[in-house]
Ligand binder design. Structure first.
Ligand code: C5P
Length: 404
């Protein structure tokens, strides 16, 4: 099942002039792939950086550049183009275009379209650092924020002009994430969520260790969904090769003990704890200082194990625990093991799945275990499932008013 998290959303993507126009080709692809329809409108300056032909091919719709365009039946593109839009996104938003927006100017199609809109406006600034820091630009951006315009970014870093600093446009993926977040109902606004994700790695010696096949995808997808739902999110991650979700605070650890310590240090500040990590139950009691070599007599090495702390159970045992959600990856008989584990770990909600059917894959099928019984959620990709699980968790929080 495709994510299609922007299915049914219609965006006017307004491009003003700047070298960052090249990023909008990729942004358009990401938006359409997520199910949005994208109507591109470009200023004259934007067409100097990327052609309307390219943007038409990627968006699958004719591109508008002039308020005198006769293709619109009533000849009022500045009105008609925005009427069906769920939002107008200006990307890149140049210094000049921000100034025009802040002053309500309407001397070309895109600026007129913005003044005439009846939908939210998002701007993604892109400019040289001195242009961004210029007091006039800062005044204009403050005015736009005060007018309810969403300002996404800018980023900091190397600039096309050779200078380094604030003003770079967010990368297309980050811009996409910020737009997807904008459309997500804020059902966890004001909530603070702590999660663990991924496997742990228990060293045997400096080069070897014991780990498992958890990819971290489910935990990272939940962190992303919680952030998009308006929560402050702290993700304690075992060794995985995944990008940190936009807006999420990430702390990397290796061993179960390190994960335990990181969680116990932080947990007092959080009102939801989701233990998604596949934590090793045991570690080696003595990690060899040097690489363990083969013995000349071919005798085999022996290892003694000691038990790792149970992070979820430790959190659930606190005098004032956050709302605790556990995960259980079983290899069979989920119905029995899931509820048994929920009771043993003393958590209100446990999400069960079958390990071999989920590890490393992009989709998953889960069952929610709670005191009132078990509920199965339909198989879905991990991002979709994460959104559904965050909704389920939000519904079960004490005094949450669910906005959907
Ligand atoms: O007992 P089991 O490992 O199957 O329990 C799974 C749940 O407990 C998951 O939520 C996992 O993150 C958590 N857990 C933990 N610390 C451990 C073992 C598991 O937090 N040492």
């Amino acid at each position: 099942m495709a994510t299609a998290e922007l299915a049914g959303k219609h965006l006017v993507l307004g491009m003003s002039g700047g070298i960052a126009c090249y990023k909008i080709a990729e942004l358009t692809r990401l938006l359409t792939k997520a199910g949005a329809t994208v109507q591109v409108a470009m200023t004259e300056a934007a067409t100097q950086f990327i052609t309307p032909v390219t943007m038409q091919a990627l968006s699958g719709r004719p591109v508008y550049t002039s308020q005198w365009d006769t293709r619109i039946d009533n000849n009022m593109p500045h009105i008609d183009l925005s009427r069906e839009a769920d939002a107008i996104v200006i990307a890149p938003a140049s210094t000049d275009f921000l100034a025009k927006l802040a002053h309500g100017m309407a001397d070309d199609l895109l600026s007129t379209l913005c003044v005439a809109r009846d939908c939210p406006l998002l701007v993604v600034p892109a400019m040289n650092r001195q242009m961004w820091l210029n007091p006039a630009t800062q005044r204009n951006v403050a005015q736009l924020r005060a007018d309810g315009v969403e300002v996404l970014g800018p980023d900091s870093g190397a600039q096309a002009c050779g200078e380094t600093g604030d003003g770079r446009m967010l990368e297309p993926e980050a811009t996409y994430e910020a737009i997807a977040s904008f459309f997500t109902p804020k059902i966890l606004a004001g909530r603070r969520v702590l999660l663990t994700a991924g496997p742990t790695f228990e060293p045997l010696d400096p080069v070897r260790g014991i780990t498992n096949r958890s990819s971290g995808k489910m935990g990272f997808a939940l962190a992303r969904a919680a952030q998009q739902a308006g929560a402050d999110v702290h993700l304690v991650a075992g060794p995985v090769s995944l990008e940190t979700p936009w807006g999420v605070y990430r702390e990397d650890v290796q061993t179960a003990q390190q994960m335990h310590d990181a969680v116990m240090r932080a947990v007092g500040n959080y009102d939801i704890f989701i233990g998604v990590a596949a934590v090793a139950d045991w570690r080696i009691d003595h990690v060899a200082e040097h690489k363990i070599k083969k013995n000349a007599d071919r005798s085999l090495p022996t290892f003694m194990f000691v038990e790792n702390p149970d992070i979820l159970a430790s959190v659930a045992k606190l005098p004032h625990p956050p709302f605790c959600v556990g995960f259980a990856a079983e290899s069979g008989n989920l119905d029995v093991h899931g509820e048994e584990k929920r009771v043993r770990k003393n958590v209100p909600l446990l999400i069960g799945n079958l390990g071999p059917l989920t590890f490393g894959l992009d989709d998953n099928e889960v069952v929610l275990f709670e005191a009132k019984g078990a509920t199965k959620l339909p198989r879905a990709d991990k991002r979709t499932l994460a959104r559904a699980l965050i909704t389920e968790i939000a519904k079960r929080l004490p005094d949450t008013r669910l906005i959907t």
